[in-house]
Design a protein. Sequence first.
Length: 237
Amino acid sequence: MKYFIGLLLVLVSMPALKAQDCTTYFPARTGAEVVMTNYDQKGKVTSTSQMKVLEVNQTAEGLQIKVESNIDINEKDKKSKDEENPDLHSKLTFYCKDGEFYIDMKEFMSNLSLQQYEGMEFDVSSKDMAIPSHPKVGQTLDDGSLTMVISNNGVKLITITVDITNRKVAAKEKVETPAGTFDCFKVTYDIHSRFGFVKTVGSASVWYAKGIGTVKSENFNKKGKLTDYSLLTRLVK
């Protein structure tokens, strides 16, 4: 009887243990800040991305990290900056579920030029990208996707989609940035995006560090040529 009760308690506690067994890929502390500096292919600064942790909550499924994201674009474009514009200011949620850490796909909205749609309605749906707690080189990861429908007074104007496919853990490497040196694992993937009738195909490499997130990223066009890259330049944990 005691054995049965003990076994029952273990079985009941397993989902909770699984939810808690999750390595985060973002600082899990209120007030923590991550700043990425974005460069073009020639090394010229194009923008900086600042993400600050607003809340850290423990839910039934696992940890939840609510983040405020702000994009500071280069001087020549600063006149168009507006904090209400969704490609410059947004709220993101990173979270643990079933032992994996999920990255909010709305983060990819920062790469889209949306100034002309200021004040319109945005209907966003997504399949967030997961990162396992213990990634292994050669491992295949699930895809991610983002669909955004922009409307004005109920009339649909344009549909934007971003599909992340062929995600793989390519390597484990040390990466040095202005913010320090980090033990990372490198993930590669393909990007298929559509902005109305305009289609774009490319690929990317991202270096993640546990407890921090993205340390470095590189984007390539369909011919494999580097188009831009980002580096972690400031970290407040």
